[in-house]
Design a protein around this ligand. Structure first.
Ligand code: FAD
Ligand code: NAD
Length: 480
């Protein structure tokens, strides 16, 4: 497979990122048509829907990672991978500046990669809205390292709370787990953490039983403020009720304004509209308030006047071409479309771009065949030969028209699913053009089977099943 030099007869297609969008594209792309180069700071695909299960050990981190090398190896033609971060996309010079982020530094750790076609699938970063102290003190939940950091912080809090002669007040602070953001990330993680406490921590470290407490903080200011805004009203109510049963405190209308190493300061809106600034002590703070645009994307946007009014990411047309560019596409969380920033959208966009690139290459091949046929036909002396070539030409022209008829990207929503703790899940599923909303233990089984079927590979699937069995039989590990 290994191809040392790029084939000069083919266009160079650079794909940034190894997440949902880029990997869906790579999976379906006929790589033999291009010199394909993937650039990403991580050399694996991460199955984010099960990431909230990782810090508590319900699922092991390696079970939801798929090495990019496995994916590349199965492609027909060679694909190059550079583990690096793209720091600048130069639209005019058609090059990308890349930086090797690894701790082991080689002689060269910054260079440029030229491209003919570029797909930007770098995802988004964590939104902090510039709130002071968040970056320094909070944990996030986006990448596998975030899961490790949460795990370490939770166990540190638990063991420090049990330190000899610890004061009761400090014990309560250390064991207060605060999750900010009532979107699905915040809800799912709060639920997993409470399960960890109820099923395992309480059993092995009974001394924390009275003080361990999970609080979910959500800012939404209006009267209908609720957690999980993407689900139907009944499922939101069901989630809130389940959280009550689980003894997770949900504090809506509470907007965090400042974070220090031991407290959050939040503006609470009371039912009568009165606002109050409250200081809430915490031991572990998990920040899950959604997405912000990455620096490399902001920089590309600043090079393009057509992106002036776009806020959420790269504005694209209906074929995902970045407005103001020629030969640059964007997909997933780094693009601004009418769809929510979800894995479902990103992977469908990836599959769409694969079809687009495959048909672009097919068209080029057919067009060059057509040119040859036209040349032969012009030179043909015998009537019969000319007629047969004419028929071939018409066939090719029809094939080109067919291949070129790729309709714009359209998203097909399959539904939303979320785990809410105590072996319950909620689901809003699209079913025969209608909607099916359900919540409870049966939905939890459905949630599990749906996520299993969505796992990247059989290897991932088997590992996740083994993790679930392990937890059922032995409980979760309470070591650091
Ligand atoms: P990502 O999957 O984030 O991939 C971005 C890639 O770009 C990564 O490989 C990253 O390393 C790379 N990258 C970053 N910076 C650079 C750079 N400068 N240069 C090159 N590469 C770079 N969605 C659902 O539909 N269902 C769910 O159940 C669900 N659960 C979720 C749970 C959690 C905890 C989280 C955080 C998200 C969840 N989502 C879910 C949302 C979903 O994960 C995202 O919408 C999806 O990952 C977006 O795909 P993407 O390809 O745009 O970005
Ligand atoms: P989100 O944007 O869905 O939710 C963030 C929440 O944080 C909002 O409700 C917002 O009001 C709140 N918030 C913002 N600032 C705040 C502050 N200062 N104080 C208190 N609360 C504040 O973010 P998410 O949950 O990370 O989800 C990101 C994307 O990933 C979404 O599109 C989501 O649908 C998707 N996702 C889906 C699933 C799933 O389907 N199960 C799971 C996780 C993520």
């Amino acid at each position: 497979h290994e191809q040392i030099e790029p084939d000069p007869t083919k266009k160079t297609l650079v794909i940034l990122g190894s997440g949902w969008g880029s990997v869906a594209l790579l999976k379906k792309l006929d790589t033999e048509n291009y010199n394909v180069i993937i650039i990403s700071p991580r050399n694996f695909f991460l199955f984010t829907p099960l990431l909230p299960s990782c810090p508590t050990g319900t699922v092991e981190h390696r079970s939801i990672m798929e090495p990019l090398r496995h994916i590349i190896r199965h492609k027909k033609a060679s694909v190059k991978f550079y583990e690096a971060e793209a720091t600048k996309i130069d639209n005019e010079r058609r090059v990308i500046v890349i930086n090797d982020l690894s701790d082991v530094k080689g002689e060269v750790h910054q260079t440029e990669v030229p491209f003919d076609y570029l797909v930007v699938g770098v995802g988004a970063e964590n939104a902090t809205f510039g709130i002071p102290g968040v970056r320094e003190n909070a944990c996030f939940l986006k990448e596998i390292n975030d899961a490790h950091k949460i795990r370490k912080t939770v166990m540190d809090c638990v063991e420090t709370a049990m330190f000899k002669d610890q004061t009761q007040k400090e014990k309560e602070r250390l064991l207060h787990m605060v999750v900010v953001g009532g979107g699905p990330t915040g809800v799912e993680f709060a639920a997993e953490l409470q399960d960890f406490f109820e099923d395992d921590l309480k059993k092995w470290i009974p001394g924390i039983a009275d003080d361990f407490h999970v609080t979910l903080v959500e800012a939404l200011p209006n009267a209908s403020s609720h957690v999980l805004p993407m689900f139907s009203k009944t499922l939101i109510e069901y989630t809130e009720k389940t959280f009550k049963d689980e003894k997770i405190s949900v504090r809506t209308k509470t907007m965090v304004k400042k974070v220090t190493d031991k407290h959050i300061e939040a503006e609470v809106t009371h039912p009568d509209g009165r606002k109050e600034l409250q200081t809430i002590p915490y031991g572990c703070l998990v920040w899950a308030t959604g997405n912000a645009v990455r620096q490399v994307v902001r920089d590309l946007m600043s090079q393009l006047p057509q992106q002036k009014n776009s806020r959420r990411g790269l504005a694209v047309n209906e074929y995902l071409v970045v407005d103001g560019t020629d030969g640059i596409w964007a997909l997933g969380d780094c693009s601004a479309t009418k769809y929510a920033p979800t894995a479902q959208v990103a992977s469908q966009q990836g599959a769409f771009l694969a079809r687009l690139f495959n048909s672009m290459a097919q068209t080029q091949n057919l067009e060059s065949e057509l040119n040859h046929l036209e040349e032969f036909s012009a030179q043909a002396k015998v009537q019969e030969e000319r007629e047969s070539l004419e028929r071939e030409i018409q066939k090719k022209s029809r094939a080109i028209r067919r291949v070129k008829q790729l309709s714009p990207f359209e998203y097909s929503h399959q539904g939303s699913l979320a785990y809410i703790g105590m072996e319950r899940a909620v689901a809003d599923i699209t079913w025969f053009n209608g909607n099916l909303a359900s919540g409870g233990s049966l939905t939890y089984l459905f949630w599990r089977s749906a996520y299993l079927s969505m796992c990247f590979s059989t290897r991932n699937r088997v590992l996740v099943i083994m993790d679930w069995i392990k937890v059922k039989v032995f409980g979760r590990d309470v070591s650091r």
